[in-house]
Design a protein around this ligand. Structure first.
Ligand code: ADP
Ligand code: GLC
Length: 488
């Protein structure tokens, strides 16, 4: 079997630009694919907030991208993903990307990413590098497979296969019909078994119909999205494409997330020696204005504050929990103003017992993971979730709702038993969360040996990409064979 050429086209990539877990995935998986002997590369837009980590070279030749009635000129940059040799290309175009946000609220959002798809394909042509497979991620890349299937079908890129990963089906990229012309796609594609959905262009749906193969980020989410309740209106398409859809659990970058070497922590630790974790707990308590106490159970949260994450359920339960249980909360997140306000309000109402930081802060997120005794994720839906895996690796058992990737990564603790890496509850309501926190709290105080054994089980889990990156290679080969009729 020959090595493959794999291009990742993504709106975010760690450590350059990150909104959520998609960036973690695209920052880590290409390196694993390269380590397995393949030529993996990444393309991403250049936003004004992108961090220029490492050495960046401006490519000399301007990139003429054909969108709408004209050619728009972009500048391109080349660097590598840190800790490897994977080339990463950034597409600079002030009009579309010279702004702070990745996913802006502006009405030109779909146009920005249609431009990006066209630009990525044009850059392949300019590089003279024809990938075997393009790995697309979520709605922002949904038009790329359509371009390959239609206007580019008879070009050098016409046989390129696509694997489209659904990270979150909830965001679909709806756009006016005019996007079809802007993206230079055939007008006939505006139909319900292609781009159209309720009179709009649906960029996610386009990706789902047109990609050679589909994956999503956990086996349970792969089931959920085929049901009416979990399909966000696209379950019909996903059932139609069922035979081409795989659920592959995300891995974590085990080198970047390791409590024994994490340079941002005030002290390091491992399963063999927890002393450093106690120091991290004290540092976290100090940082967030919590009473410094090594004995109290600290519950951490790190999340984008969006409906999906269910933190309003924590908001409803928080007062009852803090008033009835001997616990502290360390909260980090930003997003929904109401949840941000809840964080701030709880902090003033329960000084020394609830500490919060509203914002995005990578170093603090690691301190919360390391310094807490439990990690709370009451998600309504969770395609995969990386933070619960980071928590287990940092010896912090998660308290999670049974949904999506949380089902596939956290096993429920059973009293007196020898299994379980965290606490899992079923119903998406504050009473169920309250009870789960109560159960975890009781184990922490009453059965410390069982709590420690649970921490150790979590730390011993292998969530690295080692076992799942080869599944992507298989998916790539499967896609190439379906597209070209020849096994690579
Ligand atoms: P999602 O992608 O839905 O946000 P994940 O659990 O897959 O959920 O990934 C979230 C990623 O974003 C993790 O790396 C997490 O540490 C990070 N993160 C989320 N919120 C913050 C924040 N406020 N500050 C720093 N990092 C954050
Ligand atoms: C999305 C999902 C999250 C997943 C991440 C990476 O942001 O919300 O559950 O872990 O993508 O795949």
């Amino acid at each position: 079997m020959r090595p493959l050429k794999v291009l990742f086209v993504s709106p975010e990539v760690e450590p350059f630009v990150k909104v959520g877990g998609l960036a973690d995935m695209v920052g880590a998986l290409p390196k694993e694919i390269a380590a397995l002997g393949h030529d993996a590369r990444v393309m991403c837009p250049l936003y004004s907030t992108t961090k220029r980590v490492g050495e960046w070279i401006s490519r000399e030749e301007p990139l003429g991208v054909e969108v709408g009635p004209e050619t728009r000129w972009a500048r391109t940059w080349e660097t590598t993903l840190p800790g490897g040799k994977v080339p990463a290309y950034f597409i600079e175009h002030d009009w579309y990307f010279g702004r702070a946000e990745v996913y802006s609220e502006a009405s030109d959002n779909p146009y920005r990413f249609a431009f990006f798809c066209r630009a990525a394909l044009t850059l392949c042509e300019q590089l003279g590098w024809v990938p075997d497979v393009i790995h697309c991620h979520d709605w922002t890349t949904g038009l790329l497979p359509v371009m390959l299937n239609t206007t580019l079908r008879d070009t050098t890129l016409g046989k390129v296969a696509t694997v489209f990963t659904i990270h979150n089906l909830e965001h679909q990229g709806l756009a006016p019909r005019a996007l079809v012309e802007f993206a230079r796609l055939p007008a006939g594609e505006f139909r319900s078994d292609s781009l159209e959905s309720y009179g709009s262009v649906n960029m996610m749906k386009a990706g789902l119909y047109h990609s050679t193969k589909l994956t999503t980020v956990s086996p349970t989410y792969a089931q959920e999205i085929r049901t009416r309740d979990g399909g966000f209106g696209l379950d019909g398409v996903l059932r139609f494409r069922s035979a081409d859809l795989l659920g592959i659990l995300n891995g974590i970058d085990a080198a970047a997330w390791d409590p024994a070497t994490d340079a941002s922590l005030p002290a390091n630790y491992s399963a063999a020696d927890f002393a450093g974790k106690t120091k991290c707990k004290a540092a976290l308590q100090e940082k967030l204005g919590l009473t410094i106490d090594p004995h109290v159970a600290v519950y951490g949260v790190v999340a984008r504050l969006v409906h999906q994450k269910g933190l309003d359920l924590l908001g409803e339960a928080l007062g009852h929990i803090v008033e009835r249980m001997h616990v502290q909360f360390a909260l980090l997140g930003s997003g929904d103003e109401r949840v941000e306000a809840m964080f701030r309000h709880a902090m003033t109402r329960y000084p020394g017992r609830v500490g919060a930081f509203v914002g995005f802060n990578g170093a603090l997120s690691r301190l919360v993971q390391a310094g807490s005794d439990f990690f709370v994720m009451p998600s309504r839906s969770e395609p995969c979730g990386l933070t619960q895996m980071y928590a287990m690796r940092y010896g912090t058992p998660p308290v999670v709702r049974a949904t999506g990737g949380l089902v596939d990564t956290v096993s429920n603790f059973v009293e007196g038993g020898e299994a379980g890496t965290g606490f899992v509850f079923r119903e998406a309501n504050s009473a169920a969360l309250y009870q789960a926190i109560g159960r975890s709290c009781a184990v922490y105080y009453d059965r410390p040996a069982e709590y420690r054994a649970m921490q150790l089980r979590g730390m011993a889990q292998d969530f690295s990409w080692a076992s799942n990156a080869p599944k992507y290679v298989d998916a790539y080969r499967w896609a190439v064979e379906s597209r070209t009729g020849v096994a690579p």
